[in-house]
Design a protein around this ligand. Structure first.
Ligand code: OGA
Ligand code: NI
Length: 377
């Protein structure tokens, strides 16, 4: 039998990727707002939202104790060296075993967290004409959108969203952020600043946990030129939640994600082996997960050293018949033109690189063309 060695695997993957892709300037078919569909009150969803059987959610009863780890960050910056080490160890275990955890006492005030969520909920409750002013296009995805992926005839997810850039500063454009409700831009600006602080803190923690220089990952991400962008997800009520998903299974393409979940409505499910675990958010918690870029850079090392892997774990969102849900997903990404590849010191002739070098720009283009596809990318 023939084993697929790594170089072959890489060329196999390369042939599947077409780096000369370009995204169209307009969507290839008319955009339908899921919120509008939901508001009609129809008891059935259109065929386009019905998932094939194996992808449909199961609403199995889950024991109360099943949840992603909850980590209190208070002592990380304020505690003794011993206390600090204990928190770092919790993070290390969560990264290896789950790829997902929630943090509390993260330094972002409960008021700001609630305020950011509420003001974005208000945005989606404005009249459609107001939101349509920000209608997005596949080229940059910035603005008000209702689909991920461009393929004509694709089966769609039951959600709308708003996508905006915060970093690098040259991509930030307040005119592309909603001007209403009045305080939205200010609150989003303040929340973004805090997320970037938290992101830098965790890059520092991950670097130390992986036995690297404390500023290594930050450097590998492009130093102060990292990317930070926000997708606010809006999941309207759905009359047939057992047939569809709010967001199909995917792993996040970037570095890491900070998700502010809805306080009242659960919906995020994380894959653990063959199971889907529904996340139960703690009050004012922020959910952190590892993205594909950290898997590429560090997966191999983690595997060698810890017999576990820092992996970018699959997740999805289920919807609800009588409750809408809103979440703020902040993507913390490498600078878009830095080549992301396994660390040189970890690659030898007997342990070849598992991934080909690729910029985040190219990778994202690929993802944006295809939309959510589990872990296939
Ligand atoms: C995402 C995501 C989860 C959620 O936006 O990538 O996984 O709960 N969101 O909305
Ligand atoms: Ni995600």
């Amino acid at each position: 039998s023939q084993t697929l060695d790594t170089p072959n695997l890489i060329s196999l993957v390369s042939t599947k990727l077409n780096f000369n892709m370009e995204l169209p300037s307009e969507w290839l078919e008319p955009i339908v707002r899921v919120q509008t569909l939901s508001d009609t009150g129809s008891p059935v969803i259109p065929d386009r939202y019905i998932k094939p059987l194996p992808q449909r959610p199961s609403f199995n009863i889950q024991s109360d104790s099943q949840n992603i780890p909850i980590i209190d960050l208070y002592e990380l910056t304020k505690g003794s060296a011993t206390a600090q080490k204990a928190i770092m160890d919790q993070i290390s275990i969560a990264c290896r075993e789950w790829g997902f955890f929630q943090v509390v006492n993260h330094g972002i005030s409960g008021e700001l967290v609630d305020g950011a969520r509420e003001i974005w909920k208000e945005f989606f409750h404005q009249p459609m004409e107001v939101k349509q002013n920000y209608a997005n296009a596949p080229k940059t995805y910035e603005g008000y959108g209702s689909r991920l992926g461009i393929q004509k005839g694709a089966i769609l997810d039951w959600s709308d969203y708003f996508f905006l850039h915060y970093l690098p500063s040259k991509l930030k454009n307040h005119n592309k952020w909603p001007s209403q409700p009045p305080f939205l831009r200010g609150v989003t600006e303040e929340y973004s600043k805090e997320i970037v602080r938290l992101g830098n803190l965790l890059l520092w923690v991950f670097s130390i946990n992986l036995g690297l220089q404390e500023d290594y990952l930050k450097g590998a991400f492009g130093g102060d030129d990292i990317g930070a962008c926000l997708r606010v997800n809006f999941y309207p009520k759905c009359p047939q939640p057992d047939l569809t998903l709010g967001l199909s299974s995917h792993s996040d393409p970037g570095g890491m994600t900070f998700l502010l979940p809805d306080e009242h409505v659960s919906g995020l499910q994380v894959r653990k082996g063959d199971e889907w675990i529904t996340v139960k958010p703690a009050r004012h918690a922020i959910i952190v997960n590892i993205g594909d870029q950290i898997q590429v850079s560090w997966g191999r090392r983690a595997k060698v050293l810890t017999n576990g892997i820092y992996k970018s774990v699959e997740h999805r969102v289920i919807v609800n018949p009588d409750k809408e849900r809103v979440s703020l997903a902040y993507f913390f990404n490498p600078k878009s033109d830095v080549l992301i590849k396994p660390a040189t010191e970890l690659v030898t002739s007997t342990k070849p690189a598992l991934y080909q070098p690729m910029t985040y720009d190219d990778y994202r283009l690929f993802i944006r063309t295809k939309g959510p596809q589990g872990k296939s990318q």
